[in-house]
Design a protein around this ligand. Sequence first.
Ligand SMILES: *[C@@H]1O[C@H](CO)[C@@H](O)[C@H](O)[C@H]1NC(C)=O
Ligand SMILES: *[C@@H]1O[C@H](CO)[C@@H](O)[C@H](O)[C@H]1NC(C)=O
Ligand SMILES: *[C@@H]1O[C@H](CO)[C@@H](O)[C@H](O)[C@H]1NC(C)=O
Length: 474
Amino acid sequence: MAVPPPASHSYGYLMFSFLCLSPILHTATASSSSSSSLSSLSFKLPPMGWMSWELFRCNVNCTGKYHDTCIGHDAFVKQATVLIKDGYFRAGYNRVHVDDCFANRQRDPVSGDIVADPTRFGTGGMRKLATDIAPVELAVYSDCGTMTCMGYPGSINHEVHDAKLFFQKWGATYLKYDGCYNNITGYPSGYAKMGQALRSAGGEKTYYSCSWPAYLGDDETKKPYAQMTAAGCDLWRNYGDIQCDLGSLMDIVDHYGDYSKFLATVSGQGKGYNDPDMLLIGNTCIPDGAARLQMAVWSILAAPLIMGNDLRLVPTPIRDQVLLNEEAIAIDQDPLGIPGYRASNKSDVAELWVRPKLADGGAAVAVVYKGGSSLTRARLERNPSGSAWTTRKIGAVQLGKTKKLTLHVPFGAEIGWSPPSGTASVRDIYARTSLGEHTSGVDVSLTVTEGIPETVLLRLSDAADSRAVSDARK
Ligand SMILES: *[C@@H]1O[C@H](CO)[C@@H](O)[C@H](O)[C@H]1NC(C)=O
Ligand SMILES: *[C@@H]1O[C@H](CO)[C@@H](O)[C@H](O)[C@H]1NC(C)=O
Ligand SMILES: *[C@@H]1O[C@H](CO)[C@@H](O)[C@H](O)[C@H]1NC(C)=O
């Protein structure tokens, strides 16, 4: 998949002035009382954890300076240790994912097992790794083809054997199943066979991540999502791999934004979750504002929160404000598991992403500044014929400074939510502050630098509900 060049980092003078629209008279959304549907056995939330691929790739040299950044036992144990020590595990990141390149090039000739390379994993192999990282759980990787993408043994025609190996002998609780060395006619049966084998071997609580749709091109509307649900996929990678740069992140944000309304209909609790790939948050390859953007958009989308960083190097402010932000995680992990979507049209400047159905009857809204480098003044307005949003350029560039930007978030049709009592409480999740009570909408201020994305993540709740919560706390 072609990855566009990183967004320009030219610094610009931003003078946004977003028109405050007249309040939309909304039809009252039913205040959802939701907990009745949560008892289902197949109840699953988007998985959370840490994965090796983004930084450690296929580094099979575990000697010398690479001993703790390679695909080997000690490197994974080190990440699991920090996962616990620094509070990630407690926050919900409960799994360490071994990606491609852990295995010997050939199966064991006697047992037929895939074997972790003993020079890197010791003779105890994956079972020992699972034991050594506990209570952190182990996620493993294989491929719905004759080989993995990097040429290690694939699982096609070994599904039952391998499912028992992964989930029973090794003790893994999650399989990422890639799609190299198979093809479009082979996927439906290949993914269904492994899905069935995993359920028999691992039971209902294990996760099955299917890379199937990522191998079917870019048009999400043409992919057989119902077949993936039927195959037992709990989540799927829809699109290209994320790379550690801003351009790749923004390309993925645009792709999921373009298809988010469609993808929301084929995914969610009981169907399977869309996976836009690993979090770059905590790496120096993206600016802090883009880290806030990624966490917000992923949480709106009900996406897996699987970190692709080196946990030992994550800067404390980003860790505490973003990765460990319990209110952002609570949006991602909302028990209803109903994904949100981009509510506005695509823009280089500002977008509105919403998740209007949360278990407490509230909503999440991300006010996303995209870093747009070509204009300084814009206006977020409603499409005259409908509820779509667009940004319109209204001025010329004047390069120079960081500026303050104010956006209006209107309650009602545009965001798919309005407070049943007529008044909403608004919470700024990254600032961890209340923005007060509002009736028709709320103005949000961001300080931005042209070229550098930024995002404010809000949680809206009915004011009557949040007053009741604060009374109960007294
Ligand atoms: C592994 O990395 C070390 C540096 O730490 C290097 O000296 C060695 O040649 C590498 N081995 C291979 C097989 O590339
Ligand atoms: C597609 O994959 C299947 C196995 O899943 C194989 O039998 C078939 O030969 C492959 N077809 C092509 C055109 O590669
Ligand atoms: C928003 O996007 C839709 C779909 O592409 C398009 O039909 C509509 O014209 C856009 N709205 C504006 C005001 O550009």
